[in-house]
Each structure stands twice: as C-alpha cells, then as structure tokens.
Design a protein. Structure first.
Length: 237
C-alpha cells in the first residue's frame, strides 16, 4: 500500500514539473510577441499633419458717387434759375441752283442744192505763239545735192525732214543762203560738217550747222546701197 501512495506522489511531482515548464514557455512566447509589436510600433514613421490656413477675403466697399456741384446761390437770397436746355438751331435751307438755259445753236436753212445745215457759231481760231514751229520745215530752195549714184529719193526727203525739225532760222535779211557739206555713214552717223558757202551772217551759218549736228544720228543708209557713206551738200535759206 505504501508503494502505491509513493507512485501517485511521484506522478504528481512529474506533472507539476511539466506544468511549470509549460507556463514558463508560454510567458517567454508572450514576452517575445509583445517585444516584437513594440519594436514594430517604434519603427513605423508617424504621419505628419499638414497645417491648414484659413484665408478670408475682406469685402470691398461699394463705390460712392461724387455729389454733383451745386451752383452758388446768388446774392440777395434769390433762388438760382433752372438751367435752360439749348434750343436746336434751324438748319439753313439751301436752294437748288437754277438750270442755266443754253441758247440753241443757230442753223442755216437748207440750200437748194441739198447741203446739210451748218452751225451758226464757227470755232474761233487760236492764235499761234511766236515760239511754235511746224514739224517739217523745208530747207532751201536748191535742196540737197548728193555726190555719186544714190537713187533713194525717199531717204533724202526723210533726211531733209529730220534736219528741218532742228532748223530755227534766226532773224536775218531775206534772200541770204548758206550751203553746208557733211557725210552720212552707213549707220546714219553725221560727220565732217563743213560750211561751203557762207551767208555773211555768222549767226545764220552757225544755226545751219547746228541743225545738222543735232539731227545725228539719222536712219541707216538703205540696205540696197552698196557704198559705206554718202556726202551731202545742203543749202539753207
């Protein structure tokens, strides 16, 4: 019987030792979990709060209209007269211009020969000015003398016309004349202008030479002419 009691006590001791070890192990595990939670909480960064500023706008005062200036009261305590509104000015009436009646043109009755009527008013001729010159001025009564065989009279007439446009006869005695000799090259250039017969009036002779020189160049010589130049003897009167 004593042996049975001893075995029970021995079993209880073994159980007590196992329970104590389990409690100690449980305490160690809880402590480790708590320490891990505290360490994790300390390592986590805290959220920074953003400051919020509340801005309020001030109300603008309403614009106040400036008071209209009041006219000063006249002396003597009289009330000022109310301003009068400007009266519209009447617009001037412009009369339309009266049409000017033009007199009818005078006509001549038909003649027995059946001619058409003419207007009664003939145009007034305009007086010619003293400085005007005709386009073509005939040069000399004897005309131009060409040396050699030159059967192109049209070219000579054209030459006389062009030189006549530059011929301005000075005031000299009637009946005087001057003959000038010159050469016309193939391209129309004038050269060797030489007075042959003088008029006795130096102004007249120089005017004749100037008319020839100012006409250069003339038109080229005719294509059918075989020579390279022609010599002309031109008389001015």
């Amino acid at each position: 019987m004593d042996d049975a009691i001893g075995e029970v006590l021995a079993q209880r001791k073994a159980l007590d030792r196992g329970a104590g070890a389990g409690i100690a192990l449980s305490v160690i595990l809880h402590a480790a979990i708590t320490a891990a939670a505290v360490y994790a909480a300390l390592r986590t960064p805290r959220e920074q709060s953003v400051p919020v500023i509340d801005i309020q706008f001030a109300k603008m005062p309403a614009p106040v209209a400036a008071p209209e200036p009041q006219p000063a009261p006249p002396a003597g305590g009289l009330k000022p007269a109310a301003p009068q509104k400007p009266q519209p000015q009447p617009q001037p009436v412009v009369a339309a211009p009266k049409p000017v009646a033009t007199p009818p043109a005078k006509t001549v009755p038909l003649s027995p020969f059946g001619k058409s009527p003419k207007k009664g008013a003939d145009p007034v001729p305009q007086p010619a000015t003293s400085n005007s010159h005709p386009i073509e001025i005939p040069v000399g009564g004897t005309g131009a003398v060409v040396e050699g065989d030159f059967p192109y009279s049209i070219y000579i007439d054209r030459m006389r016309t062009l030189i006549g446009q530059h011929w301005y006869r000075p005031q000299a005695a009637p009946g005087i004349a001057a003959t000038v000799s010159f050469v016309i090259d193939r391209d129309g250039t004038i050269r060797e202008v030489t007075p042959e017969t003088k008029s006795g009036n130096m102004t007249f002779d120089l005017a004749a030479q100037r008319a020839i020189l100012e006409s250069s160049p003339l038109p080229p010589l005719p294509f059918g002419y075989s020579g390279t130049y022609i010599r002309i003897h031109l008389t001015f009167k």
